[in-house]
Design a protein around this ligand. Structure first.
Ligand code: PNW
Length: 481
């Protein structure tokens, strides 16, 4: 294998795809421009107590107006790929007819990337559902899946010929369970079983898009991005903890992985949720004949987003990490339907500014487990990164040694999986820019590039310079060296 492993330097495969990621609502701004209409996040951000400081994405990083400079910035950081998402209500305002101005923005972005030899990686849905569709039930309404396919195909028809990778959904776990069960994310509904119903309709939307793109002879690599966790039993010898870990694995990981790669929902999950009803019937009645065949249409790439693993217990605990990870004062329920007894004990690992435990080795185990348990296509880490309380120095520079270490440790974890024979082909920093961190607003900074929200000035942090060097050389060296 072409992997160097000298003591102080790890070598990645020469064609490894080095990138960074963003999402439309988190960076674009221009919320009311060129025909865009509100998404569920425009609405949710205005609900008192839903988002820190009541921040909205109205302006965000003003990327909509600064796109060419931002692409030049990517080039300066030696990025080979850029993962971005398209805004559904920009492309099809109110989920209605195609908006030429909205499509034009993504068309220009793709052209700009290609002109700089940066591979565009398009995510079709990173959470900005048109508000009109939520008013009709959102992802709990089966029709939303068909509307998603309609939107996706119109965008494909416009720019699909120039986009080499298309992923349908970003982190449907967040859309479904933070959005409809826990309520920490838009649309902020706290309706228990609705999360499972939403998850199914999200998967159906994914399947419809993949199936139809195949029929149309799409040449792009097609796939999906999931946020997965390593659910370790807090005490592996305790049967109650082991069972809690099994249930969290089911509701976080297997609820998506099994339909996608095995064409069925996990039997233990279905048994655990047998008494949950939707519109008077057991919730699996939302699964129609043929849905699972569509959902399991083979894909070309699997995107894996990883920030942390979780220790899981079935006992009350004094200190927990709060796996939902999201502020939202008004949210009172957990995102794990039927798991109200489950706790997430802190293991005393180092914490990021999100309060998330840093657990790089979990990424190796996650990738290895996916390879062992499922017939997965080539995998890409489509998000990994960390929020820290960055400070701007007098001279305008930003030193973020903790983030450099976080990056190096997680890249080492990816390298270990590749060395074990797992097919991982690329890695995307979350995020290119500091941006709108959902329920945390602008309070949390995940960027490798600092954004001054008063002036919109971008400053590459020292972590960006480190990553740029790794991307250029394909070699990982000591982040402190
Ligand atoms: C992901 N959790 O969100 C998203 O894909 C990004 O848009 C986001 O900015 C990034 O990770 C950092 O948060 C998540 O509560 C949000 O476990 C919340 C959770 C996980 C991922």
């Amino acid at each position: 294998r072409p992997l160097g492993t000298s003591a102080d330097e790890l070598r990645f495969p020469p064609d490894f795809l080095w990138g960074a990621a963003t999402a439309s609502y988190q960076i674009e701004g221009a919320a009311g421009e060129d025909g865009r209409t509100p998404s569920i996040w425009d609405t949710f951000a205005r609900v008192p107590g839903a988002v820190v400081n009541g921040d909205t994405g109205d302006v965000a990083c003003d990327h909509y107006h600064r796109m060419p400079q931002d692409v030049a910035l990517m080039k300066s950081l030696n990025l080979r790929s850029y993962r971005f998402s398209a805004s559904w209500p920009r492309v099809r305002p109110d989920a209605g007819p195609v908006n030429a101005q909205g499509v034009d923005f993504y068309s220009r972005l793709v052209d700009e990337l290609l002109a700089h030899d940066i591979r565009p990686w398009l995510t079709l849905y990173h959470w900005d559902l048109p508000q009109t569709l939520e008013d009709a039930g959102g992802w709990t309404n089966r029709d939303t899946a068909y509307r998603f396919a309609e939107y996706a195909l119109s965008l494909h028809d416009a720019i699909g010929d120039r986009v080499p990778v298309v992923t349908t959904l970003n982190e449907p776990w967040c859309s479904a369970f933070l959005g409809y069960t826990g309520g920490q994310h838009a649309p902020g509904r706290q309706e228990g079983v609705a999360g499972l119903v939403a998850a199914h309709h999200l998967l159906l939307g994914h399947g419809l898009v993949i199936d139809e793109l195949r029929r149309r002879g799409a040449t792009a690599d097609l796939g999906i991005t999931l946020n997965l966790t390593v659910a370790d039993a807090h005490d592996p010898d305790d049967e109650v903890d082991r069972d809690a870990a099994r249930r969290i694995d089911a509701l976080h990981n297997r609820v998506f992985l099994d339909p996608l790669f095995k064409g069925s929902y996990p039997a233990d999950l279905v048994a655990d949720t047998a008494d949950l009803t939707w519109q008077g019937k057991p919730w699996p009645s939302v699964v129609h004949d043929g849905d699972l065949a569509l959902i399991s249409t083979p894909i070309d790439v699997l995107g894996v987003n990883y920030y942390k693993g979780d220790a899981v217990s079935g006992h009350p605990q004094p200190v927990t990490t709060g796996v939902d990870g999201s502020h939202a004062e008004r949210a009172t329920s957990t995102p794990f339907v039927g798991c109200e007894d489950v706790t997430f004990p802190s293991r005393g690992l180092p914490l990021t500014a999100m309060g998330w435990e840093v657990q790089p080795e979990g990424l190796t185990r996650l990738l290895t487990r996916l390879d062992a348990d499922y017939d997965v296509p080539p995998m890409y880490v489509t998000e990994n990164g960390a929020a820290y309380d960055d400070r701007v120095e007098e001279d305008g520079s930003v030193h973020d040694p903790e983030r450099r270490t976080y990056i190096a440790d997680h890249l080492r974890a990816v390298h270990a999986a590749i060395a074990d024979g797992v097919d991982v082909r690329g890695f995307f920093q979350w995020s290119l820019l500091d941006n709108y961190e959902w329920a945390y607003g602008y309070d949390k900074r995940f960027g490798i590039v600092h954004v001054d929200y008063d002036t919109q000035v971008r400053t590459s942090k020292s972590s960006a310079l480190y990553y740029a060097e790794v991307a250029a050389s394909g070699r990982l060296r000591d982040p402190e060296g």
